[in-house]
Design a protein around this ligand. Structure first.
Ligand code: HEM
Length: 340
């Protein structure tokens, strides 16, 4: 139901843009007003969210660790999974952001049977999610960078080069971009995982399906424009440059699919600051990732400690209650004779 509802929402957006920019001829609204407003809302929403997260106090070191911490000199430290200094943490962050290292370590719980047919609960490696995520995110990144050619005249060399390299297979005309295939397969596989993995389906919400369908809508409308409708890129560039030069005229020969694409992108932009898609900014502010694990090297005092409440160490606790504890037979660090 949640998936169907999300799909219907995205289809409704497609219908709104098709009718609005097509039959109702509101091209200027769909080419300029909506994308412009969406971009402003995205920027303001994104910055507000990041500032509000950055202001949250984090009084303790709470990194999630996945390896040996720094200890005695003859025990090797796992510096990337359990960093103890700023530079080590920086490397950990870079690897996390660029290679999704923590996802690579993903495991799943399975029930196996030993030789005597006794059930054993085991954790096994599960790399599929990592693979789908890498395909999707790198595909997305390349497509977005490549889109810069639509916003720049002349097109900068690195972007023209990326465009050429991405179409190097020279299949079909216009040539199929490798990144389009990666992005479409990544997004589809992530969606299928939600449909077919019962555990993931059980916890999936509209907030999970909607962005996937929306992004698939953006991808499919973009691919439709390029490979099927073969839209007039020069006319579209005129629209985009009109936005930058404040000359809001829309050439007549632009296919409606462009307005659908742009409307879905605008919805995505407005949706990002209020959704889980904010992980693109949030990952940098995650205290479980961006802090070194040095609590055994430095002593951190909780700044919220009430000075009126005096600390009570275990030593003084035992001093206070040694007699009754001894009588109750509780283990003690010093028995009454030693303490006397
Ligand atoms: C989240 C942002 C966006 C995504 C993920 C996206 C995705 C795509 C994809 C997958 C394609 C298929 C062909 C290709 O890869 O170039 C495409 C084509 C296209 N997109 Fe986007 N798009 C985005 C934003 C935009 C924006 C903001 C505009 C214009 C203002 C735009 C205009 C176009 C045009 C004109 C094409 C056709 C390109 C061609 O025929 O070569 N897209 N888009």
């Amino acid at each position: 139901m949640k998936a169907i509802f999300s799909l219907l929402l995205v289809l409704a957006l497609v219908v709104i843009a098709t009718v609005g920019a097509g039959a109702a001829k509101m091209q200027t609204i769909f080419a300029y007003c909506i994308p412009g407003t969406a971009f402003i809302l995205f920027m303001v929403g994104f910055v507000c969210k990041i500032v509000s997260w950055a202001k949250r106090p984090v009084p303790f070191r709470i990194p999630t660790t996945g390896g040996q911490q720094q200890t005695l000199s003859w025990i090797a430290q796992n510096k990337w999974d359990n960093p103890s200094t700023g530079p080590q943490t920086f490397v950990r962050m870079v690897l996390e952001v660029l290679t999704f290292r923590s996802l690579f370590r993903n495991t799943k719980l399975v029930l196996r049977h030993d030789d005597g047919k006794n059930p054993i609960v085991a954790y096994v490696s599960a790399k599929w999610l990592w693979l789908f995520a890498i395909l999707f995110h790198y595909g997305f990144l390349i497509v977005v960078i490549r889109h810069m050619r639509l916003f720049m005249q002349p097109v900068p060399m690195p972007i023209a080069f990326l465009d050429q390299a991405d179409g190097i297979l020279q299949i079909l005309a216009p040539t199929i971009y490798i990144s389009d295939v990666l992005l479409l397969s990544g997004a589809t596989l992530l969606l299928l995982r939600r449909f077919f993995d019962a555990k993931v389906r059980y916890i999936s919400l509209v907030n999970d399906y909607f962005p996937l369908f929306l992004i698939l809508g953006v991808i499919l409308s973009g691919m439709y424009m390029r490979y099927i409708a073969k839209v007039d890129i020069m006319a579209i560039k005129e629209v985009i440059l009109g936005l930058l030069t404040l000359n809001y005229t829309v050439p007549a020969n632009i296919d409606t699919s462009f307005f659908v694409h742009l409307f879905l992108v605008s919805t995505l932009l407005v949706y990002i600051p209020f959704s889980k898609l904010m992980h693109m900014g949030g990952v940098f502010l995650s205290p479980t990732r961006n802090m070194p694990n040095d609590t055994r090297i430095n002593h951190y005092v909780n700044p919220w400690n009430n000075p009126a409440v005096k600390p009570h160490s275990y030593e003084s606790y035992e001093d206070e209650f040694r007699g009754p504890m001894f009588e109750a037979g509780l283990p003690l660090e010093k028995n009454p004779e030693e303490a006397a």
